[in-house]
Design a protein around this ligand. Sequence first.
Ligand code: 3HC
Length: 310
Amino acid sequence: LLKRSFSTSPSMNLIKNITVIGGGLMGSGIAQVAAQTGHNVNLVDLNIDILKKTESSIGASLSRVAKKLYKDKPEDGEKFVQDTKNRLKTSTDVTASVKDADLVIEAIVENMEVKHKLFKSLDEVAPAKTIFVSNTSSFSITEISSVTKRGDRFGGMHFFNPVPVMKLVEVIKTANTSEGTHTELLACGKAMGKVCITCKDTPGFVVNRLLVPYLLEAIKLLERGDASAKDIDTAMKLGAGYPMGPLELADYVGHDTTLAIIEGWYKRFPDNSLFKPSESLKQLVKDGKLEKELLEALQHLPEDNSDNSN
Ligand code: 3HC
């Protein structure tokens, strides 16, 4: 293990076998990109129906990627899709799927108890060489890793939705993550075609620490009636060059996700007013309106709502 750590350079990816746990949006995107870039991937979920859905969404996404990469050579595109699918296995058996893993990427529900239960059992069955990472949006990696005996081989790899498109991975280094592990994670992110940045184990890392309060403030602007939904989104697209306005992005991320992040932080840091949850966000989640609600409000606004003459 020591030899492996010291012989690694950022350009040398030693990680070949990747197990992704969680077949949701993030887990399936991560598994797809890992397989696309030549890794052998096991995608695990306890729910067989989720895995079936995942296989078809990965198929659809791969076709979009192939169309773009092999515009002029569709037959090469078909081979790319088939080769990627051949490298990607799905399973409901966690123990068997980590047997040969160099890296385990956890992308399950944002619940600390559930994550602890998973990592405690993984720590017992995975080989000593296996590095563990979490794709958590907002939890502490140190706290997640505390139930394992491999804090030195534990870090964070935070991907962004849609994973096949978004170029960034935040690589999180805790106080216990070894230099060797950190170097291997950077090399792996690069081998997955991503640009990596390093961040300490701080709430929300870089992107969500900035993005989530921003989304929340956009919702609060709307709550206060300071501007219409349409104008808030137009403002940030045309005034700050963002591909989506904050309300459209809040729909895209999912209101339950944003609320869970902000409530978790508010509990931990009640004095930070940036983390105070918005009432209408709470209401949307309470009503089961988890996505599209703000976007629909945008689309159904009469045209003259963008008129600033009043
Ligand atoms: N799989 C493969 N390709 C995809 C894809 C997918 N799931 N989704 C989009 N694409 C491709 C399309 O095929 C298209 O390719 P082309 O350029 O060759 O035509 C390209 O991406 C652009 O897609 P569209 O033309 O459909 O639409 P847009 O140009 O509007 O782009 C977007 C869509 C990439 C989602 C863009 O709107 C965007 O970047 N939005 C912001 C996304 C963002 O901020 N994500 C981060 C969320 S926060 C997060 O994830 C952290 C978590 O912890 C909360």
